[in-house]
Ligand binder design. Structure first.
Ligand SMILES: [Mn+2]
Length: 562
């Protein structure tokens, strides 16, 4: 009942409980054994099913649970995770509980959330691929655009409002769902058309209407408060809801954790496929393409959570490489470090994983030095992070450990604390240690009122949160070390910083690029659980990348049909 809300015990008994390998997985096997579309088993070694125990395990785990065709759920084929709609019901219940305790709440209060709308591509009749607005997704899990959701704080009942579509819709987009079908599909108490919102709320004697307005501390943009015809007939409050719903989103429920675990696992496996296939001569975007193919074909992730960053060589020092002006289009060379930051998105929930590795699959001594400096920072944080610990302290810990390793490697000299005091940590890691992760890749709740404010101090001003960790938070841990000419030049021209830099040694690393190691972790009662499962030590990476190095063709050669 906890897992599949909406399904009663009796209904469970008819359900199939023993799944071996589903038809969808078998189909992929067939594709991989023939050379129809392209030879998956040769082009993507992880598709060799005999060796791919990790994916089979994921698959078995999902299907060892009973499944019932009558339950409401989100799924993308039998081989992907089934997300019960009770996840969203539970989120709504958590919100109702929190709001009932919030000062300022009046009698007969209703929450009204407005879902996302289609966004047209300029003046054309084509839309950007739709992704649901995150607060609405969190509360209702609705896939369609143009909807509203309401929540009766007194009774806890939920209502969805769908746009009334013209009959012609069926010709272009398929059968229209009835309100009753929507109601069951999304497991809500009532469903109506959008034009009826004010009327329905009035009938229910709604007095106070809570809408969502608040500043996103990462983007500087505001959440869009719901607007509908007749809203002015109610007492509208657009301030009370935002901090409460954000705090609910910060702490992940057991069901949300399972979705995050799934999308992190699928994204980890996709990174592993990419690592095995990367070699000099390949173009960066081919890694992006491979990643997206894997997370979609195997994981059912139609979207990635952010633009894929596949920097090689010096591009690996560009923090948000991969944007329109630099679209992962460099040919990877021998001796390059690769820094690939990519994460799938499933049922709205995000992964955000970075792997750094040498293009040849073998680290040079310089690459090992920088990589191990970052790895030691990451390991220190994984050891130390737990409830009650300040995220700012974790950031500074990572910086200290990394600067010490760079000093031991001969790039810096002097006392680490002195380097920290003059802000040299920001020269090598110009970003924060990590961020909250959930439906949004930079998830909400980093700087809510009542939490520590953003610092203006060099070294910690880039942090996306300064909060004290709580059990149930989900964050990235992503220390990095980069050789950015403009930052090195600035440090070298500042005598306070220059005194700790070994100029000759550092100049050899210009053009090296950077290293980042990014994991997605859950804060547990006594530490962290790392959901990212990729090779991390130098030895693990070299062992993982070694098989088939010499015989593998480049993807664009492999895929040309006969
Ligand atoms: Mn990140």
């Amino acid at each position: 009942m906890e897992i599949f809300g909406g399904v009663r015990r009796g209904q469970w008994e008819d359900c199939q409980t023993n799944f071996e390998m589903t038809s969808a997985v078998r189909t992929l096997l067939v594709i991989s054994s023939k050379r129809r579309l392209f030879n998956l088993s040769r082009a993507y070694p992880l598709f060799s099913w005999g060796r791919n125990r990790s994916f089979c395990r994921t698959s078995m785990k999902i299907h060892s649970r009973p499944q019932c065709p009558m339950e409401s759920h989100f799924v993308r084929g039998d081989h992907t995770l089934r997300v019960p709609m009770s996840l969203f019901r539970d989120n709504r219940n958590r919100l109702v509980d929190a709001l009932r305790k919030t000062p300022g709440l009046e009698e007969n209060a209703f929450v009204v959330l407005q879902g996302g709308d289609e966004v047209p591509f300029n003046d054309t009749d084509i839309n950007y691929e739709f992704r649901q607005e995150s607060f609405f997704q969190w509360g209702f899990g609705v896939e369609e655009p143009g909807c509203y959701g309401a929540l009766d704080i007194t009774s806890g009942k939920s209502i969805l409002f769908f746009p009334r579509l013209p009959a012609e819709y069926e010709i272009w987009c398929g059968k229209l769902s009835t309100l009753d079908e929507f109601k069951h599909r999304y497991d809500v108490d009532e469903a109506y058309y959008v034009e009826g919102i004010a009327q329905v709320l009035k009938k229910k004697n709604a007095q106070q209407v809570l809408t969502l307005r608040g500043l996103n501390s990462d983007s500087g943009l505001f959440a869009k408060a719901a607007e509908f015809d007749g809203i002015n007939d109610f007492k509208v409050d657009n301030e009370l809801l935002y901090p409460v719903i954000c705090e609910c989103r910060v702490i992940k429920s057991p069901q949300e954790i399972e979705v995050l675990r799934y999308v992190a696992k699928v994204s980890s496996d996709a990174h592993k496929v990419v690592m095995r296939n990367v070699r000099p001569g390949m173009t960066e975007f081919q890694s992006e393409s491979l990643f997206k193919h894997y997370v979609y074909a195997v994981g059912g992730c139609r979207h990635v959570s952010y633009t894929c960053m596949c920097g090689s060589g010096n591009n690996s020092s560009i923090l948000h490489y991969g944007h329109a002006g630099a679209p992962n289009n460099r040919v990877i060379k021998e001796g390059d470090m690769c820094l690939f930051d990519m994460g799938g998105n499933y049922c709205g929930y995000a992964a955000d994983i970075t792997c750094s590795f040498p293009s040849t699959g073998k680290f040079t001594d310089d690459q090992k030095l920088i990589y191990n400096a970052v790895l030691s920072a990451r390991n220190a944080v994984i050891e130390a992070a737990k409830p009650g610990v300040s995220w700012t302290e974790m950031h500074l810990l990572a910086n200290r450990v990394m600067l010490a390793a760079l000093r031991d490697g001969g790039l810096l000299c002097g006392e680490v604390e002195d380097m920290m005091n003059v802000g040299l940590n920001e020269t090598f890691q110009p970003h924060g240690l990590g961020h909250l992760l959930g439906l949004d890749v930079h998830d909400v709740g980093g700087y809510l009122s009542g939490c520590p404010e953003r610092s203006v101090k060099p070294g910690i001003r880039k942090l996306r949160t300064a909060r004290t960790l709580l059990a149930g938070m989900f964050l990235t841990i992503e220390p990095g070390c980069y050789f950015v000419d403009s930052l090195l030049n600035a440090a070298l021209s500042n005598p306070k910083q220059r005194q700790y830099m070994v100029v000759d040694k550092i100049s050899k690393f210009r053009g090296f690029g950077g290293v980042r190691i990014e994991d997605d972790v859950l804060i547990t009662d006594d530490g962290v659980e790392n959901f990212t499962q990729v090779p991390r030590t130098v030895e693990e990476i070299e062992a993982w990348m070694a098989p088939g190095r010499d015989s593998l063709k480049l993807i664009h050669e492999e895929m040309i049909p006969n």
